[in-house]
Ligand binder design. Structure first.
Ligand code: XBP
Ligand code: MG
Length: 251
């Protein structure tokens, strides 16, 4: 039994559905621009999401023989262009926050819970999402933005969560993660955190054995009841509130 003091948020798939219509499209724009005969369609991108990190994902596609060989510098250059395209797509405002995200963020912030981000995504891609989808005030409201290559081992390794907690001076037993994917859940769990998972079309079939709560979305009080896929603490959830997160920590 421990007090909830900190919530660490994953970004892609959790704050917003950025993968299919954001990152995937931006990768394809960069491939096309560089003259690569490669397009990641929706199901292919789902397979590639097994590898976290954009540069790592390109390297994996090369390794499995679906893109032609290129040196690491070229991969990094291609990925840098992808990030520019991603920032433009986000600036167009076409990727909204997922249901309930703003509500729960505001509720936790008002309650004095320390809030942070722990993501695999490139920092400048994260900045674009905060600026255009969340609002600039969140640059200050998040006490840490842990992102990208700041740790060498990306999710499912625990490193990004461990790094974020070190920066904040909080303990794992007082921290809860919000995630959307199997790799994200594994990362949070390996860092010693409790974890609530909001699935999406890409991640619904992932293995979340042991996660504290797995739901279709955070939901809204005036909306339909959310789907509860896994409920390890027997919570009666219509939409996820701060009260539920406290209950998970104290169980
Ligand atoms: C997100 C990722 C990222 C994004 C692309 O995983 O794996 O690689 O798909 O971002 P998670 P970059 O939500 O578990 O952090 O291209 O900037 O890496
Ligand atoms: Mg994610």
């Amino acid at each position: 039994m421990a007090e909830l003091k900190c919530i660490l948020w994953d970004v892609d798939g959790t704050l917003a559905d950025t993968e299919r219509d954001g990152h995937r499209v931006a990768f394809n724009m960069a491939f096309d621009e560089a003259g690569h005969a490669r397009e990641w369609d929706v199901p292919t991108y789902g397979e590639l999401l097994a590898v976290t990190g954009g540069k790592e994902r390109i390297a994996y596609d090369i390794e499995r023989g679906d893109m032609h060989e290129m040196p690491y510098d070229e991969i990094a250059g291609l990925h840098a262009r992808k990030t520019v395209h991603y920032q433009s797509l986000i600036a167009e405002g076409r990727i909204p926050l997922r249901p309930g995200v703003r509500r729960l963020l505001e509720e936790a912030y008002a309650a004095g819970i320390t809030l942070g981000v722990a993501t695999t995504t490139t920092p400048s891609a994260l900045d674009a999402l905060i600026e255009h989808s969340l609002g600039k005030e969140w640059f200050e409201r998040f006490a840490v933005l842990a992102a990208g290559d700041i740790v060498p081992a990306k999710k499912p390794a625990p490193d990004i969560y461990t790094y974020a907690m070190e920066q904040l001076g909080v303990n794992p037993e007082n921290t809860l993660a919000l995630e959307d994917s199997g790799n994200g859940w594994k990362s949070a769990h390996a860092a010693g955190l409790k974890c609530v998972v909001t699935v999406n079309d890409y991640t619904r079939g992932h293995d979340f054995t042991g996660a504290d709560l797995v739901v279709s979305e955070l939901g809204e009080p005036d909306g339909e009841a959310i789907d509860v896929l896994q409920d390890s603490h027997n919570l009666d959830v219509h939409h996820v509130t701060l009260k539920h997160l406290h209950a998970i920590m104290q169980d």
